[in-house]
Design a protein around this ligand. Structure first.
Ligand SMILES: *Cc1c(COP(=O)(O)O)cnc(C)c1O
Ligand code: SF4
Length: 440
């Protein structure tokens, strides 16, 4: 590692043109595209990503560049044109915001019905910072973690980062969370999420965790932290001023008898190769926490079996447990990143075949859709008809979990809502037929 650990510097729409690496390696046209697309989708990167992750000799194909920099093709040509025009005409802030928000609303800013279905009502209060979709696991959105150390261009949380009104989840207090966990004895897991909770300072994180430590909640077994810090800013646990405090806090969580699971988001093996990432992984593991890994599969970033094989192998080598392969969600720049379901499965299987058993803990490819997490098990032939074989890994109805079901084969399908039930059934078993009374 370098002798002088770097200080975090954000690179955003406001200052990216001043960055030396960007000036040296990007054309005027590429910078223009960043400006245009970056007005619609969030853009933020940092000096670690630029200095240690991106291979600047391989622009624009470099996967980390694709992961963090807006690309022209992420917007439909007409949308791109509209924003380009608005910027060229020097429209007022209000006009530009109007144009941009129209486009954002066309990008399915709230997929999988999160707003409508998953925010619990508790003691007559809507718990805006909690989502409870699956019986065992509660998602908790601390108010201060609604951002990240850099933004992924495919992120389904993007509306939070661009401040679209009514789309923000956040919760100020853990008091209500604790009451909620106690009142729901089937809940065994709480997952701190965001944004990225590891954006918080250690004392902030401690304020959230303290109530869970003070009085052990008997039904709570696992405290999970979902984070991309290891990929985007590993110095958080090495040289940031609160690095040691955060590690001591992790130790305390473990000492209190909880399992601490660090759900690390990695999209490419490159993120595991830097000395800083490897050091941060060591430090987390030394606290007694376990690191599990997850990533969506996306065109331009990781849509090759060898990328997944190498990433999973490297994760196991570093003591991490591969956990989920997701399918890119139906939001934002999905058309840019989408990989057809059949191809997702082929990539998963080819990679899975090439790794040892300790990497085969990974489940996928899986779609987080409204009824639950749907895994593609492959294609099968039944009575001369080619079908997709699927099952729920996770579901809002626990009875559905693990049940295999079939859909008509469709080589172009990229999401659950494009699939049709097999055997000429009118609907899937998990789709409620619409009641006549509801239609009137
Ligand atoms: C994935 C997910 C979870 C966690 O599911 P596990 O299978 O337990 O990892 C919880 N809530 C929501 C909404 C999820 O999408
Ligand atoms: S780190 Fe996670 S929450 Fe943040 S932009 Fe990336 S995918 Fe989204």
């Amino acid at each position: 590692m370098s002798h002088q650990p770097p200080k975090y510097q954000a690179i955003t729409l406001r200052n990216f043109r001043k960055n030396a690496l960007i000036q040296r390696h990007l054309s005027a046209e590429q910078m223009h595209a960043i400006e245009v697309v970056g007005n619609v989708l969030p853009f933020k990167v940092n000096n670690y990503v630029l200095d240690e992750l991106i291979d600047w000799s391989n622009i624009p194909e470099d996967p980390i560049f694709q992961l963090t920099f807006p690309q022209k093709e992420m917007l439909a040509p007409h949308d791109f044109y509209l924003v380009e025009k608005a910027l060229a005409e020097n429209q007022s802030k209000a006009e530009l915001t109007h144009t941009v928000n129209q486009i954002r609303l066309g990008l399915n800013p709230h997929p999988a019905g999160q707003m409508e279905h998953n925010v619990p009502l508790f003691q007559n209060t809507r718990l805006q910072g909690i989502q409870h979709k699956y019986r065992e696991t509660v998602l908790f959105f601390p108010k201060q973690s609604q951002t990240c150390h850099a933004y992924c261009t495919f992120c389904f949380r993007w509306p939070q980062f661009v401040g679209m009104e009514g789309l923000k989840f956040a919760m100020q207090e853990t008091g209500l969370l604790v009451d909620y966990l106690k009142a729901n004895p089937k809940v065994s897991d709480v997952l701190f999420t965001g944004g990225d909770p590891m954006i918080m300072k250690a004392n902030r994180m401690e304020a959230y965790l303290q109530p869970l430590l003070e009085k052990r909640i008997p039904n709570l077994i696992n405290i999970r932290i979902g984070s991309k810090m290891l990929g985007y800013w590993p110095y958080k646990l090495i040289s940031d001023p609160d690095a040691d405090d955060m590690l001591r806090l992790f130790e305390r969580v473990v000492k209190h008898g909880y399992q601490l699971s660090f759900m690390a988001h990695f999209n490419h093996g490159r993120e595991l190769q830097t000395p800083a990432a490897q050091e941060a992984i060591r430090r987390i593991r030394n606290t007694g926490a376990v690191i599990r890994t997850q990533s969506p599969i996306m065109r331009h970033i990781n849509d090759h079996p060898h990328v997944w094989r190498d990433m999973w192998k490297q994760q196991v080598r570093l003591g991490c447990i591969p956990y989920y392969m997701f399918i890119a969600r139906d939001t934002g720049a999905q058309s840019y990143f989408a990989v057809p379901l059949e191809r997702c499965h082929r990539i998963y299987r080819e990679a899975y075949q090439q790794v040892g058993g300790l990497a085969r803990t990974v489940r996928g490819p899986s779609m987080s859709a409204d009824p639950g997490k749907v895994q593609i098990l492959g294609t099968v032939n039944v009575g001369g008809e080619k079908l997709f074989n699927l099952r729920f890994i996770q579901s809002r109805n626990p009875d559905w979990v693990g049940q295999p079901f079939f859909a008509r084969y469709d080589p172009r399908a990229i999401w659950l809502d494009e699939l049709k039930p097999a055997f000429d059934q009118p609907n899937f078993f998990f789709e409620e037929p619409v009641e006549i009374s509801q239609m009137n």
